[in-house]
Design a protein around this ligand. Structure first.
Ligand SMILES: *Cc1c(COP(=O)(O)O)cnc(C)c1O
Length: 391
């Protein structure tokens, strides 16, 4: 007989999923009720308010899409991009490449602005790209590039886009709940995120938010949105039905209990305190990594606190280090992606996993594993340096 599946206990310090808060798992085990049950509908309304709090927005249309972050990405592009629309995509890592795919599959024309992997998007370059493409309608970029650990200046990029009459689509999958994000203040028109990064919920949900300007573009479309499932005009009937919600799809009830709990946890801590916690843990991790003699990929002012890309020292076996960490320390860190495959490790400290114990354990484990392999590091200094950073 096949036995029930019991996963091993891990500490997840990669690019996501992050460790799920036990409170969230407990919430998800509560009884399933109908997706049109008044009690459930009341919970949905609370969740929308909590998501507005997390995103720092007043946008009425703020809700989770019933699918992972990639579906949130797709919902922004299929709804906002009409056939023939020119969309400037600022690419500085893997996820910008997916934006291009989305633009083209929605019938749009992607104007690619390439920035080096490991750097923020260059605002000066965006200014020039928009000057040479005055007919562009949308600017899209990734706020927190999880593939490289670079954070871009979303406020400045949105301002430049608006000065040129463009709407903005922003990927905040890794930034929401982890580093400062101000949807209304920065003028973000459409944004998507994910449940499994700094919100520490289980994977499979994608919070999104659209402002009035974005919704006007959706309503004024002359062609139908090519995806039935993600067509906001239909999804809104369920999430925003003004009291009489219509069946669209069966909501993932228990997953939404989890998201509600994750947002209650966020509200309890306070979103700004959450940002500070990630920053402080990043500084301690940085002290440890540098004490070992390892180097960050991203220049200091452009670093994403919750995702740290560290250069693999010459001659060190990338896969052997990661598998030893997993098998002997039950610790997961991330491999490099795309252009950075084999060249970096990605150490995440997201949400529930962003704490002092994890930072110290991760440094101790990395120190021990690298030393045992004879890697050229300063042995035995990382943990002390991190502890000093906390004091
Ligand atoms: C993880 C991630 C995604 C995709 O989210 P999934 O939930 O894996 O579909 C998109 N963009 C960024 C920046 C991410 O880090």
């Amino acid at each position: 007989m096949t036995q029930p599946f019991h996963p091993p206990q891990r500490t997840l310090m990669g690019p996501g999923p992050s460790d799920v808060n036990p409170r969230i798992l407990e919430a998800m085990s509560r009884p399933t009720i109908g997706h049109l049950d008044p009690a459930f509908v009341g919970m949905m309304d609370e969740m929308k308010a909590l998501l507005r709090y997390a995103f720092r927005t007043e946008n009425a249309l703020t809700m989770p899409i019933s699918a992972p972050g990639s579906a949130g990405m797709e919902s922004c592009f299929v709804n906002l991009v009409e056939p023939g629309d020119k969309v400037v995509v600022c690419q500085n890592g893997v996820f910008g490449g997916r934006m291009k795919e989305n633009v083209e599959r929605a019938g749009g024309v992607a104007i690619m602005q390439q920035d080096p992997w490991g750097r923020a998007v260059d605002p000066q370059k965006l200014e020039e790209t928009l000057k040479t493409n005055p007919d562009a309608k949308i600017v899209a970029f990734v706020h927190a590039e999880t593939s490289t650990g670079a954070q871009s200046d979303a406020e400045t990029l949105c301002k430049i886009a608006h000065d040129h009459g463009c709407l903005t689509i922003v990927d905040a999958v890794t930034s929401l709940g982890g580093s400062p994000l101000e949807v209304d203040k920065w003028g973000i028109d459409a944004i998507y995120s994910g449940s499994q990064k700094c919100l520490s919920c289980t994977p499979g949900l994608s919070p999104v938010s659209f402002n009035d300007a974005a919704l006007k573009k959706v309503r004024d479309r002359t062609t139908a949105v090519q995806s039935w499932f993600l067509d906001l005009n239909l999804v809104m009937g369920y999430w925003d039905g003004g009291g009489k919600r219509a069946y669209h799809h069966t909501a993932p009830i228990n997953a939404l209990y989890g998201m509600h709990e994750a947002l209650v946890v966020l509200e309890e801590e306070g979103v700004e305190s959450c940002w500070t916690r990630h920053q402080n843990n990043h500084l301690a991790l940085r002290a440890g990594i540098e004490a070992m003699g390892l180097e960050f990929v991203v220049p200091e002012s452009e670093r994403l606190p919750q995702l740290n890309a560290v250069t693999i020292p010459e001659g060190v076996d990338d896969a052997a280090v990661r598998s030893t960490l997993l098998n002997h320390y039950s610790l997961e860190i991330g491999a490099g992606l795309g252009d950075l495959a084999g060249k970096v490790w990605r150490i995440g400290q997201m949400g529930y996993a962003s704490n002092e114990k994890n930072i110290l354990n991760c440094l101790a484990a990395l120190d021990a594993v690298l030393s045992s392999m004879g890697a050229p590091i300063h042995q035995g200094e990382a943990v002390a340096a991190a502890r000093a950073a906390y004091r």
